[in-house]
Write a protein that binds this ligand. Sequence first.
Ligand SMILES: [Zn+2]
Length: 305
Amino acid sequence: MKVNLKPNNVSSLTKVLAVATQNQFAVGSFTPRATKMVAPILRAAQEKKSAVIVQTSEREQERYGINLVEFSREFYRVIREENITIPAVLHLDHTKDFNVIAEAIEVGFTSVMIDASEQPFKKNIEITKKVVEYAHSRGVTVEAELGKIGTTDFIETDVDEELFTEPKEAKQFVEETCIDALAVSVGTSHGVYLVKNPKIDIERLIEIRTLTSVPLVLHGGSGTPSEMIKNAIQIPNGGISKVNIATDLEHMMIKTLNREKLCYRKEWSELPTETLTLVQNAVQNVVKEKIENFLISSDSASYYV
Ligand SMILES: [Zn+2]
């Protein structure tokens, strides 16, 4: 897919997050965990007139059989066929393998995340820098992570270890790598909160914001109380401007399917159309609800002119 064939409303993270930071809202970065769920996310965003990010990660390829080419094709197909006009980003979430990043860029992803956060600080800088050089020369933005965001579902990371982002390190990391967005560890976890309770460290977030001007990303948005998210979005000079939401969508899919686990690749194509539509509608409603009450991004498309 050639860059010049991209619809005008599809872009990298740069403008989408800059506008969000300035106007104190966050753009939802939704993980569908099934290619057939890309459509309801875009439909919900269009309905709410909100900017949106659709993402999938390296691990979801193994876990759910997601294929980057098909995922990208579906994203662009829905945008064209359903006249989606809101600002939209196609993002590769948590990825460690450089080859997967290169493949995503090749097939039309406009943004990527390199996650070398389990590496020592210097090594994280080195790996991230290499990805930034590669991606930027192709007009693609890069998100990276500093600190460790714990997990309760082990889909995104292997360890349930939490290490908060150090503001001074964040400053050095951003300056040396030239990344476009920084995922910070400030008290949320991936997955649902069965054991831990989320508590966003606002003081730490303010300190990171004071020392860096890069857009900030919150992973583990599912299940975090909306008041807490709102505070993190609306700190002075712009707080969190991208919030990742995966688990809440997955739970709604499982519930609607009345299953214990999410379908794997092939099973989706074997579902009766009525069931598929039910699941898609349920996902669309969750995304709409998040946009309205969680991200404060309804009508944000009007800021992008
Ligand atoms: Zn994450």
